[in-house]
Design a protein around this ligand. Structure first.
Ligand SMILES: Cc1ncc(COP(=O)(O)O)c(C=O)c1O
Length: 386
């Protein structure tokens, strides 16, 4: 790519961080399955690479591509989304510090805060993702090192105001970190809106095919990126070269996949919203969503994660999950195939009884890119067979 040019998202997704292999012209970045690199004399690194925990060319290509897609200075690719989250928090926080967290978030993120980092000495206060004033009130000046938001949030599809919350964070000397897993950089660019760091479970839409577990951080600031990479090299939760290859391949089709995911989700939402067995639908694209206009302003489209409550409560929701056939009953999200799950007992079991507990009649869908007609027919039989 010509560094003096600016390129569109779709072009960056296919080319950023990647060029034909200098050794043989391979067009696709190879899986550099090597732990170490030959040195031309002691201290004479041939290509800048020395050991694959420190850096690996396949992982580097992914990191550079992600940084370009998020509009950040530096990307760091991890073994999982959780490893990325943990690394970020341990780099910017010390025992005794404080973080504001969302009251709706992936259960594993809450478990990290509550079961791992709280005993380590990191305090947290949950605040409503929709309520910027509540987030501001939860900040403890001098002690709060970060405001953490997920937007859209998991599983209730809340929308946080990235620009305003970035201002709140910066006014008190804290960083704003945005989990952009649900939206992807195709639909939302938190760094352009003021965020300092973006976190991803690349397991999800970035990989896109449910065949890899990975995570990433993208920083606005090169210095913080270097600190994160140093921490990663010191602790070791790196993305392996095969995993990095799979995510890099997934990114190439992210834009076209997301368009189709969004098309299908809009059809599914229209069906659910009109169905008598559905009590409530959570989707930021619905005009009655409390932050619909904010979502429309900060996102390109509304994504393909949809949650709904079923008339009849927990048992009825369980029945819907168990009856679905084309929607596979499984945790995770963001793959080409549609998934259905019951957050209260599956992805969010770890928040049961906490301030982040989710309704037990809530069903979460990850709407895939199959035929929308087939998906709707499947949901219809799952809702009506009762
Ligand atoms: C929004 C969100 N963030 C982070 C994670 C954690 O990522 P991983 O499972 O890759 O560790 C998940 C996992 O489901 C998630 O949904």
């Amino acid at each position: 790519m010509d560094p003096s040019q600016s390129y569109g998202f779709e072009t960056l997704a296919i080319h950023a961080g990647q060029s034909a292999d200098p050794a043989n012209g391979a067009v696709m970045t190879p899986i550099y399955a090597t732990s170490t690199y030959k040195q031309d004399g002691v201290g004479g690194l041939r290509s800048g690479y020395e050991y694959s925990r420190t850096a690996n060319p396949t992982r580097r290509a992914l990191e550079d591509c992600l940084a370009a897609l998020e509009g950040g200075a530096r990307g760091v690719a991890f073994a999982s989304g959780m490893a990325a989250e943990d690394a970020f928090l341990r780099v910017i926080c010390s025992p005794g510090d404080h973080v504001v967290i969302p009251n709706d978030a992936y259960g594993g993120t809450y478990r990290l805060f509550n079961s791992v980092l709280k005993p380590w000495g990191l305090h947290h206060t949950p605040a409503s993702v929709h309520d910027t004033a509540a987030i501001a009130a939860a900040v403890q000046p001098g002690r709060t090192k970060a405001i953490w938001i997920e937007t859209p949030s998991n599983p209730l599809l809340g929308i946080a105001d990235i620009t305003t919350i970035a201002q709140v964070a910066h006014d008190s000397g804290a960083l704003l970190v945005v989990d952009n897993t649900f939206a992807t950089p195709y639909l939302q660019q938190p760094i352009a809106l003021g965020a300092d760091v973006v976190v991803h479970s690349t397991t999800k839409y970035a990989g896109g095919h449910s065949d890899v577990v990975g995570g990433a951080l993208v920083t606005m600031d090169d210095r913080l990126g270097a600190d994160l990479a140093t921490f990663q090299n010191s602790t070791g939760a790196t993305a392996g070269p095969f995993d990095a290859f799979l995510v890099l391949r997934g990114l190439k089709t992210l834009a076209v996949r997301m368009e189709r995911h969004c098309d299908n989700a809009e059809r599914v939402v229209a069906f659910l919203a009109a169905h008598a067995a559905v009590a409530e639908v959570f989707y930021p694209g619905l005009p009655q969503h409390p932050a619909h206009s904010l979502a429309a302003a900060q996102m390109k489209r509304f994504g393909a994660m949809v949650s709904f409550r079923v008339e009849g409560g927990h048992e009825a929701a369980l029945d819907v999950c168990n009856r679905a056939q084309l929607f596979t009953l499984a945790e995770s999200l963001g793959g080409v195939e549609s998934l259905i799950e019951l957050p209260a007992t599956m992805t969010h079991a770890s928040v049961a009884g906490s301030e982040l507990a989710v309704p037990d009649d809530l069903v979460r869908l990850s709407v895939g890119i199959e035929s929308a007609d087939d998906l709707i027919r499947d949901l219809q039989q799952a809702l009506e067979a009762r």
